[in-house]
Design a protein around this ligand. Sequence first.
Ligand code: MN3
Length: 202
Amino acid sequence: MAHEKPKLPYGYDALEPHIDAKTMEIHHTKHHQAYIDKLNAAIKGTDLENKEINEVLKDLNSVPEDIRTAVRNHGGGHSNHSFFWQIMAPNAGGEASGKVGNAIKEAFGSFDKFKEQFIDAGVKQFGSGWAWLIVANGKLCIDSTPNQDTPVMQGNTPILGVDVWEHSYYLRYMNKRPDYLAAWFNVINWDKVNELFENDGK
Ligand code: MN3
């Protein structure tokens, strides 16, 4: 089964004014689709075609060497963007609530301290990549990855992640990545983050 792009669970303009409709449309229809097309081309005719993408990314060393880089980059891109659409929502944002809200306070001292450190991780990720909130060995941590790498590749569980590739913010924020990251906190879908957190809680 070839990989397919998940439908965006809201309209392209639903995250305005924080994330503009044009960026959302190009990001979803062009960038995400390109990762999927290149991933499908790389794994065509191999047994990887029938595996969940995160199962493949967890064990990159077992991917044949001639397609490993393509699977890492484009499979990572497919996984990361499928995740990204879900952890944003209209009429969302604000302080984290529920179990993850409590866990964030416990791990970082306060929500504001968490927000500051998370934005800092996104700002300091040199070049393209992602900033993450992950569960690693049962503990909440902030992480960042270059390119389309994902914490899944290290065996960790992302519960929140933000794309800091320029294509995710340049039309509205131009070179001001910190402004994009601050605005992005207004569209975080904490209900979904709680669901991801509780599922990993076992
Ligand atoms: Mn992107």
